[in-house]
Design a protein around this ligand. Structure first.
Ligand SMILES: C[S@@+](CC[C@H](N)C(=O)[O-])C[C@H]1O[C@@H](n2cnc3c(N)ncnc32)[C@H](O)[C@@H]1O
Length: 236
């Protein structure tokens, strides 16, 4: 867990035994359950800490994260980046969604049994949940990692964000073209690309870029389109 302690120090996040225990137990349980249900391709603890924990936590260095209280993680899979962020920041509220119910059930069970009380996980597709009254434009921040190309992802994520809030996409290092192709989608959905950011922290390898989008206007009621359409016909 040394890597984790290091990242907490660098990001100036409080670290204590209770958080360490939750990180350790969540990882152990996910790796155990992974033998029956596919939750992650990672099977080794050091790699888990690096790729799931450290990688997820790096967005905590961004002002958009620091200034947010209600956060939604779209396409959370085994709980990333939502669960590590929730353990690190117990005073913020996290909603995690995924279209695979098996994963959602496990996240809710583990969070309950480990005392991670600021996480609620829901089963459903982003295209449907983004139309629900209690979810649409209700969040200060949306985060998402490894779910879809930037245009499709924008249609999944921007509807959840309140005007004035933000969307942070965890993207691969070569996302420039993908971002260029998504500019019209971001604008059509009421957003504006503010910047791309690559956290450069000595000794911490990070092969993602953050794309930071600000929500400027309400999303038109025609978005998100019906399930499947954002991926089959991304907004051009
Ligand atoms: C490659 S996994 C990434 C999981 C996690 N974000 C991570 O970085 O480890 C993509 C996840 O997105 C979910 N997903 C894909 N399309 C979705 C949609 N339209 N609505 C909700 N979840 C979706 C999948 O079920 C899957 O769990």
């Amino acid at each position: 867990m040394k890597e984790l302690i290091k990242i907490f120090k660098i990001l100036d996040i409080d670290y204590n035994d209770e958080k360490e225990k939750k990180f350790y137990q969540y990882m152990s349980e996910i790796l155990k359950l992974n033998q029956q249900i596919n939750l992650t391709a990672i099977t080794e603890k050091n790699e888990f800490i690096q790729k799931h924990y450290v990688d997820s936590l790096l967005c905590a260095g961004l002002d958009e994260f620091k200034n947010s209280f209600s956060i939604i993680d779209v396409g959370t899979g085994g709980g990333f980046p939502g669960v590590p962020l929730a353990i690190a920041f117990p005073d913020k509220e996290f909603v995690l969604i995924d279209s695979l119910n098996k994963r959602i059930k496990i996240i809710n069970q583990l969070c309950e049994s480990l005392g991670i009380f600021n996480v609620k996980a829901f089963h459903g597709r982003a295209e449907e949940m983004g139309r629900r009254k209690d979810m649409r434009e209700k969040f200060d921040l949306c985060v998402s990692r490894a779910v879809a190309n930037m245009s499709t992802l924008s249609e999944y994520c921007i509807p959840f964000v309140r005007v004035g809030g933000s969307f942070i996409a965890y993207k691969g290092p070569d996302c420039r073209k993908e971002l260029e192709d998504a500019i019209n989608a971001v604008t059509a959905l009421g957003g504006e690309v503010i910047r791309e950011e690559s956290p450069e922290i000595t000794g911490i390898p990070f092969d993602h870029k953050f794309i930071v989008i600000k929500k400027k206007k309400n999303t038109l009621s025609k978005f998100p389109r019906k399930p499947g359409t954002p991926s089959k016909e991304p907004i051009k």
